[in-house]
Design a protein around this ligand. Sequence first.
Ligand code: ATP
Ligand code: MG
Length: 260
Amino acid sequence: MDIPKSHPRYKSLLNREKIVEALDRGILAKAGLIAHGRGETFDYLIGERTTDIALRAIKTAAAILVLAENPVISVNGNTVALAREEIVKLAEELNGKIEVNLFYRSEERLRKIKEFFEENPVIREKIKSGRIKILGIEDANKQIPNLESARGRVSQEGIYSADVILVPLEDGDRTEALVKMGKKVISIDLNPLSRTAQQSTVTIVDELTRCLPLLRKYVRDYKNLDREELQRIVKEFDNKENLKNMLNHICNRLKNLQST
Ligand code: ATP
Ligand code: MG
């Protein structure tokens, strides 16, 4: 589909196209369409922009990622469909680890996601040279406790041994299981009420493709800060409070809209 660049919701329509294409290519499970639609709804309520509230969570997430010893970015079909290049760029600023972790795990979809990464010649080169690692496909031989087998299968080198996991668009059960394992979980989720949002160590309530470049910018900047400064940023952040602020933002925005 040819979307005119002048369309006021150009970026949203472009993302929708990417999601549909990913479904056609077998990268996305059908349920991924529902997840995307739910995200769009919340983004409407938020105002389709990165709020200052989300920015605080982004900065905290960046500080945690810089402080991490072994961070991993966990990706699913939606994330890869929308943000393949950005995910790779962020991983490069960290230790290069990306793990494919699917709610509906199927060998075929795992293979297709791997191919999707490799199809980009720049990314293929980075994988070949070892700057980027796509984990969780052939090496998912560890099990997250308290999750049934397929959903809990992870890589030893990736999620299993990670201290910090960035999980864009994750499901609540898995988030809870990872936190129970003692890991710090950073989620990106437009729904401040989801179990994922409620369970995470830090929840970034923002649209994935909008917040990833910002997150990468802060990761880069924060590498210049000393550990005490980074720890202060983390300590001053309260996730429950941040989520409350987000709900307040939505309420106020709707009140203002209905009174104008
Ligand atoms: P749970 O309560 O288990 O967390 P859930 O509502 O999160 O359930 P899922 O389908 O697992 O259900 O999660 C998809 C989540 O991702 C939704 O909350 C949706 O708001 C969010 N989402 C979808 N697309 C995007 C996007 N592009 N950017 C940010 N968040 C998104
Ligand atoms: Mg969720």
